[in-house]
Design a protein around this ligand. Structure first.
Ligand code: UDP
Ligand code: MG
Length: 312
């Protein structure tokens, strides 16, 4: 029997891009005749006609499956739903906007089939067409998180990858609510082949990531894969105690030797501000972890399905 490749595609307001995507992926399917394909589109609570498009595609082509969420749960949830429901022996994750070139699929499949790899992942080597500030912060982020976390995060890594069934199962078994896939992918390990390509502009529609959303996502990544910020706050506390201790001794000596009169309330105010600022900062770090723990303990579902192709 032929093996099955599932293509998981998270879609959020992608009505324009979907047609192009479906055409492109069909071309690839024709090149890869030795395997069967299924396309699993995950509609992440789109507000446009994405779901209608998916229903129509499903009617026309039984290879097209879809899951529609009850609201927007985010790309991480969409990817998880896709991996959980994909039936393939191999599963690929791909964006709907064709920024992840489907033309790489045959090559990826060959690596898994003929060589000793379990995952073929992709990274883009350029950030062309992206705002300069965004690239700068992205680079900083990877530098920082790789210093802080034991799990390696690859700069420029995309979510685009083809995985064997055992890898998919390993990822599905990580049921955490705060999902940071880049980290989860490297957490599970396995033999990974990296393919590189240049950044490609999306075919239609707009990016859903504002700078602020990316910033919060970066913080998610840090809290999910490192506890170093907690250690930093302890060290900062110790450091401040040390400074205070030295200052106490200096002041006692000064008073005993020169009998200094009381003075210097401006410096005192500055110190109070500095120290209370540091305290609030550390409480902030702590609450970052606490809030993640809080959400995790609630055990809420990662996504809620409104409709799938099975109901039709
Ligand atoms: N996406 C999603 N839910 C969201 C945001 C994005 O499913 O809340 C999907 C989107 O439809 C696309 C992919 O995730 O297929 C990548 O999104 P986008 O192209 O906006 O991100 P970028 O490529 O700019 O990083
Ligand atoms: Mg994109």
């Amino acid at each position: 029997m032929k093996e099955l490749i599932s293509i998981v595609v998270p879609c959020f307001n992608e009505e324009e891009a979907l047609t192009y995507f479906y055409e492109e992926i069909n071309k690839i399917r024709e090149q890869l005749k030795e395997v069967n394909f299924e396309y699993l589109f995950v509609d992440d609570g789109s507000k446009d006609k994405t779901l209608d498009k998916l229903r129509a595609l499903n009617k026309k082509d039984k290879r097209v499956r879809y899951i529609s969420f009850s609201r927007n749960f985010g790309k991480e949830a969409a990817m998880y739903a896709g991996l959980e429901n994909a039936k393939g022996d191999y599963v690929a994750i791909m964006d709907a906007d064709l920024q992840d070139p489907p033309s790489l699929l045959p090559e990826m499949y060959n690596y898994l089939k003929n060589e000793d790899y379990d995952v073929v992942a992709t990274r883009r080597v350029t950030r062309k067409g992206e705002p300069v500030i965004r690239s700068f912060f992205a680079r900083m982020f990877y530098k920082i998180i790789n210093k802080m976390s034991k799990v390696e995060m690859v700069d420029g890594a995309r979510d685009y990858r083809l995985m064997k069934r055992k890898v998919v199962n390993a990822i599905i078994n990580l049921k955490e609510y705060n999902r940071y896939s880049k980290g989860l992918f490297s957490f599970v390990g396995f033999n990974t082949k990296w393919l590189e390509y240049e950044n490609i502009k999306r075919v239609a529609g707009e990016t859903k990531w504002s700078f602020w959303k990316l910033f919060l996502y970066a913080l998610d990544g840090i809290t999910a894969f490192s506890v170093v910020p907690l250690a930093i706050s302890s060290i900062m506390g110790l450091l401040f105690c040390l400074i205070a201790f030295i200052m106490i001794i200096v002041i006692i000596c000064k008073t005993l030797i020169w009998g200094d009169p009381v003075s210097g309330w401006p410096s005192l105010v500055c110190i109070i501000f500095l120290v209370s600022g540091v305290q609030l900062f550390c409480i902030g770090i702590l609450s970052g972890y606490l809030s993640k723990t809080y959400l995790e303990t609630k055990n809420r579902p990662i996504y809620i399905i409104k409709e799938t192709e099975l109901e039709r």
